[in-house]
Design a binder for this molecule. Structure first.
Ligand SMILES: [Zn+2]
Length: 520
């Protein structure tokens, strides 16, 4: 029996119940491998000779994936796609410190140290991510209990291989342990992207995997999104943000102001944006240009806009300008603005010029966006526009984005700690996750809409709702989503730990962490 405790994309923290409980992802070794049937044919045989594979395939409760080290990136991606489900996946005899985080990212719950040992007996020593021939070493560079920095020439050859095998297994075990922590921290993706830069094959594998947009990927997460590679813009959260923000964007004013991004997030809490606002009364819609994000101000408290980091060098590549310009244009086209003011310079200006070449755009920045003359010019261009309740719009846009409903109220508070009030607080922004947390009447409106709603059996939930207690769940639900659960007596707000379909299908596992509940 296998069950999930926390999901992050295809990766998950789980428990495999054999004779003892194994917390996954895990590296298995020695006797624990005897409990599995590995079958007589590697997985690759399935494609060429499906009938043969059917007869020779492994049996048991765990999905066994053999032969990965002989497969091409696309085949590996396809094999994981076929095997994903409620069973644990065991990627057999292929894990190394370099590839294991990617295997786990793809959905491997179990790996073993067979490749680590096989490499050891071929004289290959794991030096972090790198593999080095043991013959090139004078002494073991590691101080683990097996290596102890011993001089290699003074050891017998068979002892050297045994030490390398134990050391290699230890390095791999640590790497698997690291992945467990990274999943708990919701930060595995940044790590996998960085690792993929050490191997074209891993990069190819990641690119194939990014084509798959499945419900197990969260929209909101607590880790900072790093735009450090070409693959970063392919991340699910980024693609979702662009699509969803574009669907939900409803500008209100006749004029539009374009601004550059800031290092500090949310942008409005930055010195630069505050300085602009203290000099100029901004009563119009704003879109903030970053790379690769484009963020209408209304969405700046949502993930990933609220929590990302991108390298700023002042140099914009042609691809970067193209990508950002394409999205900027789509957002601008949502409304027929009478006036577009761009308070930008350098690469940001290039983006605006490319995106809006057939629009009339007033550029107001000269010699720095905070210079006296720039701000004076900007002030003049923005004068005369009627007032616009930005904070209320932030809540309206976030509720549309997150729950697909329109919820109104009065927005109050000191930015970014703002709340939506109707008699009492009904929503606030959770800045850690970059989404809305909801209370009382807001939760009831979600309940009426049926979006992000979970029906549970008639029991009094405590801090965790397990899959066994789930009767129905909206299939739109993704891990980390704020959900509203209910039964005949009560309703409450919680955080999904898996996707909606999985909550219903899995017999066991953590479905929802409860934040609050009330009686009807
Ligand atoms: Zn060692």
């Amino acid at each position: 029996m296998f069950y999930t405790e926390k999901r992050d994309g295809f990766a998950r923290l789980g428990v495999l119940e054999l004779e003892e409980k194994i917390r996954t992802p895990a590296m298995l070794e020695g006797k624990s491998l005897e409990k599995f049937d590995f079958g007589k044919a590697p997985y690759a045989v399935k494609k060429l000779f499906p009938d043969v594979y059917e007869r020779l395939k492994p049996k048991g409760d765990v999905a066994i994936l053999t032969g990965i080290s002989t497969m091409m990136p696309k085949e590996i991606n396809d094999a994981f796609s076929e095997l994903r489900g409620t069973r644990a996946i065991f990627a057999v005899a292929c894990a190394t410190p370099l590839n294991v985080s990617t295997l786990i990212y793809l959905g491997a719950d179990l790996v073993d140290n067979l490749m680590a040992i096989a490499k050891a007996y071929r004289g290959i020593y794991f030096f972090g991510d790198f593999e080095i021939s043991v013959e090139k070493l004078e002494r073991f560079p590691c101080n683990c209990e097996h290596c102890k920095q011993q001089k290699i020439k003074e050891l017998k050859k068979e002892d050297v291989y045994e030490i390398v095998a134990k050391h290699n297994s230890e390095v791999l075990r640590q790497e698997v342990e690291k992945c467990r922590i990274l999943i708990a921290e919701e930060n595995l993706r940044n790590y996998v992207e960085a690792k993929s830069k050490l191997s074209p094959e891993l990069t190819a594998l990641l690119r194939f995997t990014d084509f798959e947009m499945q419900n197990c990927f969260p929209r909101f997460r607590k880790s900072t999104l790093y735009f450090t590679s070409q693959e970063s813009a392919n991340r699910f959260e980024v693609r979702y943000f662009f699509q969803r923000a574009l669907e939900c964007y409803e500008p209100r004013t006749k004029a539009l102001l374009l601004l550059p991004c800031t290092a500090r997030k949310p942008y409005l809490a930055s010195k630069t944006h505050r300085a602009i606002r203290s000099a100029v009364k901004v009563n119009v819609n704003e879109i903030i240009i970053s790379s690769p994000l484009v963020v209408p101000r209304e969405f700046e408290l949502l993930y990933p806009a609220v929590n990302y980091d991108t390298p700023v060098t002042g140099h914009w590549s042609e691809e970067e300008i193209d990508f950002v310009a394409k999205w900027l244009r789509k957002f601008v086209e949502k409304e027929e603005f009478e006036k577009i003011v761009a308070h930008v310079e350098g690469g940001y200006r290039k983006v605006v010029e490319r995106a809006l070449k057939d629009f009339e755009v007033v550029f107001t920045a000269e010699e720095g966006i905070l210079s006296e003359s720039s701000l004076k010019k900007l002030k003049k261009e923005l004068e005369g526009y009627e007032s616009f309740d930005l904070f209320a719009e932030m809540f309206t846009h976030a509720s549309r984005y997150q729950f697909g409903i329109e919820v109104n109220g009065v927005a109050k508070g000191k930015y970014p700690e703002i709340e939506l009030i109707r008699r009492e607080r009904i929503a606030r922004f959770d800045l850690r996750y970059g989404n809305l947390d909801v209370y009382g009447e807001f939760a009831k409106e979600i309940l009426r809409s049926g979006n992000y709603v979970v029906k549970i059996a008639d029991f009094e939930p405590s801090s965790t709702i397990f899959c066994a207690g789930i009767e129905k769940a909206d299939e739109k639900i993704r891990p980390n989503d704020v959900v509203v659960f209910y039964n005949s007596q009560l309703y409450g707000v919680g955080i999904a730990r898996m996707h909606g379909k999985e909550m219903v299908e899995a017999e066991k596992g953590v479905a929802i962490e409860v934040r609050r509940k009330s009686r009807f």
